[in-house]
Design a protein around this ligand. Structure first.
Ligand SMILES: Nc1nc2c(c(=O)[nH]1)N[C@H]1C(S)=C(S)[C@@H](COP(=O)(O)O)O[C@H]1N2
Ligand SMILES: [Mo]
Length: 431
């Protein structure tokens, strides 16, 4: 893996790539030697106690093992049970069985950062600017938003475009999300459409551009970690929110506090966090992560290694039909008769059926499926099943949406490992 010289690697990457150097810095560091950003930050609390200590069983430590004393320092405060995929930028997914609730608790909402969140935020003085091709450019506080526009609360699904990347073969580079880069929290905010309507899009506006207060990993102030946008028509959909509350409380610091966009059903990258500015444009946005292979896929199936010209990529819009088994947990021992349950969703559409198989896809049983709480929410489903005898089983879940699109068993590979909506498989040991 190549990395630009000015980018500090994360703790995990550092231990994996240069284990001896990592240990030297963490355990035998002379003062003044450890100038790594994360060493000062993540290490400051834990490192104090360990610096200068020897490790009696040093010889047994697997190469690349991140000492537990450092691994979670400060990173996942206020989160519960998430799996850390990377610490710089911070990326953490939720194990499927912790997504069992209809509304994902704040502590279990996954985190996908491209850069570094703002250090300190003040909801009282935070402002959002709407400008570009509008009649009335405006800058508003969160209180202004609350006073001037209707405040709504909706359950909205956010799924990262790279959710499921870990299952591509050959592997696609990027965070190796398995199934847990998805959540459906209850968001409170104002409709983006109402705010844009008041600003007055000028004729010819086709796209939005989103800006936030997070900073680039390089530390360069003029470099943005990410700036994406959506077509104006999508921005005007009434389930797209500028949200200032999450599950009735403040947004979690890592989920965009104090203000973020929530664009349900489209790649999570459209849901800009730490939102400070929305600009309207007369052309498709070209900010960081809008171009090249970022959140774009070839228009046709390609084989791993194929050269695909840039102009044959297209921007990912809606996320495809998908489902998740949230009970029982993968690999758990279970009784002969149990209830299987989970969620299903399909960007901009409704799920009309979820089928389960316990016999490796030979036969399917329809689950009982709820309507979405509102448009943009995932749908709960459940089904009682009786296993014929004790042994190893897999539950496969397959959703079908209102356009007749059904989850596949396998999908075409693509260069960045996006849009993997293959069936979720859960292993069960029936006793
Ligand atoms: N400002 C900003 N917004 C952002 C990102 C980011 O790195 N910076 N990541 C995006 C991506 S790729 C995803 S999938 C979602 C994830 O939202 P979450 O971290 O609240 O789960 O936030 C999006 N919004
Ligand atoms: Mo994402």
């Amino acid at each position: 893996m190549s990395r630009k010289r000015n980018e500090t690697p994360g703790l995990y990457a550092f231990f994996a790539e240069r284990p001896e150097e990592a240990r030297r810095q963490f355990f035998h560091a002379e003062p003044g030697l450890s100038r790594r950003g994360f060493f000062i930050g993540a290490g400051s609390t834990a490192a104090g106690g360990l610096l200068g200590l020897t490790i009696p069983y040093y010889a047994n430590m697997p190469r690349g093992l991140v000492p537990a004393a450092f691994a979670d320092a400060d990173l996942l405060v206020g989160k519960d049970g998430l799996t850390l995929l990377n610490d710089r930028p911070l990326n953490a997914e939720t194990p499927a069985h912790l997504l069992d609730d209809a509304i994902t608790p704040t502590a279990r909402h996954f985190i996908r950062n491209n850069g570094l969140p703002p250090e300190e935020v003040d909801a009282g003085t935070w402002t959002l600017t709407v400008d570009g091709l509008v009649d009335e450019p405006v800058t508003m506080t969160i209180q202004d938003l609350q006073q001037e526009f209707e405040v709504v609360t909706m359950a909205l699904t956010i799924e990262c475009g790279g959710n499921g990347r870990a299952f591509f073969d050959p592997p696609a580079t990027g965070n190796q999300w398995t199934v847990g880069a998805v959540a459906c929290a209850e968001w409170t905010g104002v409709r983006l459409a109402d705010v844009l309507r008041q600003a007055g899009p000028k004729p010819g506006v086709v796209y939005t551009a989103h800006y936030g207060a997070d900073t680039h990993l390089s530390g360069k102030p003029d470099k943005l970690p990410i700036s994406r946008g959506v077509p104006l028509a999508k921005a005007m959909t009434d389930n797209v929110l500028i949200a200032f509350a999450m599950n009735g409380g403040p947004l979690h610091r890592q989920n965009g506090a104090p203000l973020r966009l929530v664009v349900p059903g489209w790649p999570g990258s459209c849901s800009h966090k730490w939102l400070t500015r929305i600009q309207l444009r007369d052309q498709v946005h070209d900010g960081p992560k809008m171009t090249g292979t970022s959140y774009r896929v070839p228009r046709y199936p390609v084989a791993p290694g194929d050269e695909v010209p840039n102009e044959h990529f297209e921007i990912i819009e809606r996320m495809p039909v998908k489902s998740l088994v949230t009970f029982p947990a993968n690999n758990s021992p279970t009784a002969r008769e149990i209830e299987i349950r989970g969620h299903a969703w399909s960007g901009d559409r409704t799920v009309v059926g979820v089928d389960l198989s316990m016999d490796f896809g030979a036969t399917w049983m329809a689950a009982d499926l709820d309507r979405p709480a509102n448009s943009g929410a995932w749908q709960d489903w459940r089904r009682r099943v009786v296993f014929p005898e004790a042994g190893y089983y897999e539950i496969w879940a397959r959703a079908t949406d209102s356009d007749g699109e059904m989850q596949p068993f396998a999908i075409d590979w693509n260069p960045k490992g996006y849009l993997n909506n293959t069936m979720h498989r859960v292993a069960l040991r029936v006793t």
